[in-house]
Design a protein around this ligand. Structure first.
Ligand code: GL2
Length: 808
């Protein structure tokens, strides 16, 4: 764009904005509130996106590519306004226009709520996939739930987690469009009987409870292109606002009961991460968005395909994100047979050929198993179909597989009065994949070994990825500009291009700027810490960061205990000088997860002890930042020196935080778990620190009843000391961490914290030495940025396209 055109664009933007402010607030700009200023900007940006959105839809209809629909119970999209502005390539224009109007762009952006429609990695991955697909110009849409309340907001009060309801829709949400004319009805409960209608045996479903599913669409804009895809989120509403007969009879409570029962379905996101808790309302949620999404999609398909379903599986792929949408299988069968009149065999062929499934965890407590009675009661027809799918599957095994009855039973979808949703998904889908190489290997060799032997061709692996737009380009603008000035702009479309950065490894001016950018990002985070936690931290210290959900297998406890040990070491040796270190934690614990909450308490107790002890001369500081979410992540990742990825090997399916840190030049301190293994491969031995048991070793111990943590305790005086401190009043007479103590010594340390302690502490010590060598550290950090191309979600999406959805 010529400079004169740019000036004109800024002027046009300013006048449009001033007009918009008046429209949204009925006030002049000078009198408008910050919220109105944000709303006006959001609306202006939505206007620009809307025309591209409509165009993308009609282009997809004209050139019918195979479409992918991603069904997921979580989409953790984060704030959108900045992403939209940058993807429209309007950052400079908007920033300058705002400044010329005397407004602070960053403050306006901070008015946006961060929709917490997911718990962690699984939901965020889906948002990355949607962004990447739009950027790659692919017809790919999301289908999920419009939760009225997302994941709770976390406050830390007296060192403990307190949950506050997340009312993200309080001020309305400018980026969604409600589409009541596309609402559909979802049916629950009721009775089923068969009847001959016109000589055909038909299932009649009566006395069911109908719920209205109303879609809200959110546009997903590609970066610097014209593609805008959709995320469709379904909201539950009563068919009739109000039960008029009850009202007239004076039964006022009964009159509104139905309304609140209906709305309950999409009232709140279940706050468990990697944990199944079997509530009927959750099963309702799962069926609700599956049923609504499929119904709309199939109706639309028929409209554009002369009412004929023959080519459905050639033109549509339905991707099931973990087992939460696994009812897609039986629901498609129901629609195809009961509503479209297909035979079982025809319906089955289309169903299996269009469905694909990703598993995201091997933790047994996370695998979904629904009681048969609950399924039968809530979804009688669906249960009947599941039973039949299972019966036919077992029959086929009996006739073809050569397996004995015991083996066949072990593969059954229904076992011990429960429906195993992973088994259902594997049987109904033509592709199953894990999310990192190790995870996929564990699926094949252990978790789903029986199925792997039956259908080896169904099993795949696609390592996760994250979008560089959100986690580097838009959130670390200093580094973005340095990269572009150094290697040009190609990397924006092909992250592998970052490898060219290695030519700068001996370049002194580059070295200075790279380090300066990191320092600036650390100062930014230090200011945030000061403002929110009132702790002053040294930006020159090593920022050593662990941010993720609090979970035993992720082992925040190992990190905390190592810090306590380091503190003891500094106390005992007052003259020792170490490189100053700031340990930063953030993450939410599920409300009902007692142990995880104790860990938060312990970290804060250690922070209190360490930060206030003058003897250690501020050499270490500990910070727990409240309310970790996507927005906070965008401040944290660019500021990290060390990325803590220390799960018990074999337990973290992939991890994606590890990739976000790496892209921003942090060095991974990790176990050989999940995608850490691939990060290790990408950067080489010298640019990562690994420690701890391998997943084979962990699984060997597990098969032989664990290991003896007491033995380790008896032979290691450092461990003895920290274990005593947990219960001896070190943290004040009220703070005792007996349950933590017991889990490690009495219950034999299920997650191998003490077993890995020594090798973790050694790696931590090594970091201290490495950081002193500025050149060495720079090379390590640069290598992490340079080799992060593999961990872009663009690469992951292209692999799905080629190997799984077969859309390339
Ligand atoms: C998870 C895994 O725990 C995590 O390792 C993985 O990176 C993501 C995305 O594949 O999926 N599985 C899961 O249930 N949650 C995850 O974050 N919540």
């Amino acid at each position: 764009m010529k400079p004169s055109e740019h000036l004109e664009e800024i002027e046009n933007f300013k006048s449009a904005y001033i007009k918009k402010i008046e429209e949204v607030s009925g006030e002049y700009l000078s009198e408008s509130s910050l919220l109105n200023q944000y709303e006006a900007l959001a609306e202006l940006v939505m206007d620009k996106i809307a025309s591209q959105w409509a165009k993308t839809r009609s282009q997809y209809d004209e050139i019918p590519h195979k479409r992918v629909y991603l069904f997921s119970i979580e989409f953790l999209i984060g704030r959108l306004l900045k992403s939209y502005v940058n993807s429209l390539d309007m950052e400079e224009t908007v920033k300058t226009a705002m400044a010329e109007l005397g407004l602070d762009y960053e403050t306006i952006l901070s008015q946006e709520t961060d929709p917490g429609l997911g718990n962690g990695g699984l939901g965020r991955l889906m948002a990355c996939f949607l962004e990447s697909s739009a950027t790659l110009g692919l017809p790919f849409h999301g289908n999920g739930i419009h939760y009225k309340h997302g994941l709770f907001e976390q406050k830390i009060i007296n060192g403990e987690q307190v949950e506050v309801a997340d009312n993200w829709l309080r001020h309305g949400y400018p980026f969604e469009i409600r589409k009541p004319n596309e609402a559909v009805i979802v049916k629950f409960y009721g009775n089923l009987h068969s009847e001959k209608i016109n000589g055909v045996l038909t299932f009649v479903y009566e006395d069911y409870e109908p719920i209205l599913a109303v879609p809200y669409d959110i546009p997903l804009k590609g970066y610097h292109n014209n593609t805008v895809n959709s995320l469709r989120l379904w909201s539950a509403e009563p068919i009739e606002e109000f039960d008029l007969p009850s009202f007239n009879e004076g039964q006022f409570l009964d009159a509104v009961r139905h309304k609140s029962e209906a709305e309950a379905i999409t009232q709140i996101l279940y706050p468990n991460d990697n944990k199944f808790d079997g509530k009927q309302l959750r099963l309702k949620q799962e069926y609700f968005f599956v049923c609504a999404g499929l119904k709309r999609m199939i109706t639309r398909f028929k409209r554009y395909n002369n009412d004929c379903l023959d080519e459905f599986a050639d033109k549509i792929c339905i991707h099931i994100n973990d087992t939460h949408p696994a009812l897609c299988g039986p629901e498609m069968m129901r629609i195809f047979m009961d509503e479209e009149g297909l035979s079982w065999d025809d319906a089955w062929k289309i169903t299996v050929n269009s469905l694909t499934f990703t598993n995201h965890t091997v933790l047994p407590e996370a695998l979904e198993k629904w009681p048969v009675d609950m399924m039968k009661f809530l979804l009688p027809r669906i249960y009947m179909i599941i039973e039949e799918i299972n019966r036919q599957f077992q029959e086929e095994l009996r006739s073809k597989s050569g397996l004995n009855e015991l083996q066949i039973n072990s593969l059954s979808i229904i076992q011990d009065g429960q429906i195993n949703m992973a088994n259902l998904a594997i049987v109904c889908c033509h592709s199953v994949n894990g999310v990192a190489e190790l995870h996929s290997k564990i699926l094949k060799e252990e978790t789903f070994n029986g199925y792997y032997k039956l259908f080896p061709e169904r099993f795949h692996s696609v390592t996760n990825g994250v979008t560089p737009r959100r986690f580097l380009i838009n959130s670390n603008t200093g580094l973005r500009d340095l990269i572009t000035e150094s290697i040009g702009t190609d990397w924006l479309n092909n992250l592998f291009d970052l490898e060219k950065l290695m030519t700068f490894k001996n370049d002194a001016p580059f070295f200075d700027r790279f380090n300066r950018i990191k320092l600036d990002n650390k100062i930014h985070l230090a200011n945030y810490i000061n403002a929110h936690n009132h702790i002053s931290v040294n930006p020159e210290s090593i920022f050593d960061i662990q941010v993720k959900r609090i979970h035993e297998y992720k082992r925040q406890l190992l990190n905390a205990l190592q810090i306590l040990h380091l503190y003891n070491h500094l106390k005992a040796n007052p003259h020792i000088e170490i490189v100053p270190r700031t340990f930063i934690f953030a993450g939410k614990a599920a409300q009902g997860y007692y142990f995880a909450k104790e860990v938060i308490k312990l970290i804060n107790a250690i922070a209190n002890l360490v930060n206030n002890d003058k003897d250690i001369r501020d050499q270490i500081k500990v910070v727990f930042l409240a309310n970790f979410n996507v927005t906070l992540g965008e401040i944290i990742y660019p500021a990290a020196n060390i990325s803590e990825q220390i799960s018990t090997a074999g337990k973290e399916a992939s991890g994606t935080g590890n990739m976000k840190f790496m892209m921003n030049g942090a060095i991974t301190l990790g176990t050989m778990d999940g995608a850490n293994i691939e990060i290790h491969e990408a950067v080489g031995d010298n640019n990562i620190l690994t420690f701890g048991l391998s997943s084979d070793e962990v699984s060997h111990f597990e098969k032989h009843g664990g290991y003896s943590s007491v033995q380790i305790y008896e032979n290691d005086h450092r461990i003895q000391k920290i274990m005593h401190q947990l219960i001896d009043g070190t943290f004040g007479h009220l703070a005792s961490f007996q349950s933590v103590y017991d889990s490690l010594l009495l219950y034999n340390d299920t997650y191998f914290v003490l077993k890995d302690f020594d090798s973790y502490a050694t790696a931590q010590h090594h970091i201290n030495e490495l950081f002193k060598d500025k050149n060495k550290w720079f090379e390590m950090s640069l290598s992490n940025v340079a080799y992060s191309g593999l961990f872009s979600s663009d690469r992951a999406i292209l692999e799905y396209q080629k190997n799984i959805w077969k859309t390339l």
